[in-house]
Ligand binder design. Structure first.
Ligand code: SAH
Length: 503
């Protein structure tokens, strides 16, 4: 690269503050030493590198690189004439001239995703030869996209990134700054901040930039489903905008979107069904599930609750028990799996229930890792054998959804006690009770998590063993009952240990 080009690129970068439109992504970290970002991206902070891609060139450089702060920039230089020749007819515009006067060279679009995958390939897949541990460590990251077209506006932009835990800052461009009456354009400068692994940030950008732009520069086919599932299966199946993301990503091709959505959900369902059977087989002899549910009902009843949530209700066993108790006037089953909810409805013969009973129960599909106003204002929530299915790094999101946003008066939560696993003869040593468990905690681990949560969110917590208790390893299931300490609007009360009875 000659000195002129280098100067040109730096000028383009510096011009961001003006209306000069530039197709630029910067990634900044304040992790110390910040220059380790160079190892994660496999690009040396002191070098300016250029890569040739089918649609133009990509330049990578570091406008700032010191131990406190390091910024890597990815600048796309799209060959607009070559582009028109190559992709004639694939860019959706209404008039022929638009092919030559389109925004493609200047905005972050699917070209940006192609560039990320090509230039930051190892970082995207979470690999780093020199810093393998850092690649898997959440670090403070800030991504800035200088010109991001957002079809659906700022609201949609936020609906895509905020559920993933980003704080989002967006500045919209005027259509023409000299003529403010012309209104606003669909272009934004967007900053996304999050403490996460670099691969997570790159993956979200890779999928969501073209989703926002809603205009792919190439034809989508079966291979796109694979790309989407490869980069999205970890987080898409729980994202509240899952359908719009898949629709837009696959360019509204109904056959492809239907297939992708069902593949996303199937993985989910297969997992759930398989895991429930596995767990049931292991715990069967103890009749543990029944004991757990009976205890949960007992606690919720004694709390005086009338309106109850069953979070992660699965196939509805607790819902059935709740329905049998007249005390409960409103019962809501929530699960991320559409299929489980369908099975729960069938098992409760929901369609055939008399109207009065039907009015008592509701089913909501949703993830417990995303804030959901539908969960607010209930007296009690049961979270039975669910937290161990959540990724440990997402637990903070669950904590805030349940204890800060939904904030029920009473929470009854159970999870396996891993110490007890040695007593299950058919469970190989060191293995969890089933495949989908992301963790299983000892009593100390569970109690320290629950105590910390209760302190942070203003709850009191009590612990109860569930199932036959062994002197050394304790009981197979552990239960925590949280009671909100803030002003008790409902006047409900929590049972004392004696009332509840110990095992
Ligand atoms: N509570 C039920 C089911 C436990 S299995 C019972 O005791 O029988 C765990 C359940 O949690 C599954 O139905 C699964 O779909 C659900 N689940 C897993 N992750 C979830 C999430 N993020 N949000 C909501 N539900 C989730």
């Amino acid at each position: 690269m000659n000195a002129d080009t280098k100067q040109l690129i730096l000028n383009l970068y510096l011009d961001q503050s003006t209306q000069f439109i530039v197709m630029l992504l910067t990634i900044t970290t304040t992790y110390s030493p910040a220059t380790d970002l160079g190892y994660l991206l496999h690009k040396h902070p002191e070098r300016l590198q250029t890569f040739d891609l089918a649609f133009g060139q990509v330049h990578v450089f570091y406008p700032e690189a010191n131990t406190e702060k390091c910024t890597a920039a990815l600048l796309l230089d799209v060959d607009s004439v070559g582009l028109v020749r190559r992709y004639r007819g694939q860019i959706r515009e209404n008039f022929a001239l638009a092919e030559y006067v389109n925004d493609r060279p200047y905005v972050a679009s699917s070209f940006m995703s192609v560039a990320i995958a090509r230039v930051f390939n190892s970082a995207l897949s979470g690999k780093s030869k020199e810093r393998p541990e850092l690649a898997e460590t959440p670090i403070p990251l800030s991504a800035k996209l200088s010109t991001l077209p957002c079809r659906g506006g700022e609201k949609f932009l936020r609906r895509l990134f905020e559920p993933l835990g980003y704080s989002v800052e967006a500045k919209r461009y005027a259509l023409d700054p000299q003529y403010p009456d012309w209104g606003e354009s669909r272009y934004f400068t967007v900053t996304l901040d999050k403490i996460c692994c670099l691969s997570e940030l790159l993956t979200h950008l890779y999928v969501l930039i073209p989703v926002l732009d809603d205009e792919k520069h190439y034809w989508v086919d079966q291979a796109e489903i694979e790309k989407l599932l490869k980069h999205g299966s970890d987080w898409l199946s729980e994202h509240p905008e899952q359908e719009s993301i898949v629709n837009r990503y696959l360019k509204y091709q109904r056959r492809l979107t239907r297939q992708a959505l069902s593949q996303l959900r199937e993985t989910d369902v297969e997992d759930v069904e398989e895991q429930m059977q596995e767990e049931a087989q292991i715990e069967e002899r103890l009749g543990l599930h029944e004991i757990r549910l009976t205890k949960a009902i007992e606690v919720i009843k004694q709390s005086g609750a009338k309106r109850v949530l069953d979070l992660g209700c699965g196939e509805g066993k607790l819902l059935r028990k709740l329905m049998a108790e007249k005390q409960f006037e409103e019962i809501v089953g929530v699960d991320v799996s559409h299929q489980s909810l369908k099975i729960a409805q069938q098992r409760l013969h929901f369609d055939r229930l008399p109207d009065k009973q039907k009015e008592r129960i509701k089913f909501l599909q949703g993830s417990l890792c995303y804030r959901d106003s539908r969960l607010e204002g209930y007296d009690a929530a049961a979270v039975i054998e669910v937290i161990e299915h959540l990724d440990a790094p997402r637990l903070w999101a669950f904590e805030s959804v349940l204890f800060e946003s939904a904030c029920p008066q009473t929470v009854v939560l159970t999870t396996p006690n891993v110490e007890y696993n040695v007593k299950f003869e058919n469970l190989p040593v060191g293995q969890f009770r089933h495949k989908d468990h992301r963790f299983e905690w000892t009593r100390t681990e569970f109690q320290s998590w629950a105590s910390d949560v209760s302190k942070r969110f203003g709850y009191a917590v009590m612990f109860y063993p569930i199932g036959p208790t062994d002197e050394v390893v304790g009981s197979p299931t552990q239960m925590a009952v949280f009671t909100c300490e803030s002003e008790d609007k409902s006047g409900l009360k929590i049972p004392s240990t004696r009332e509840f009875g110990e095992n």
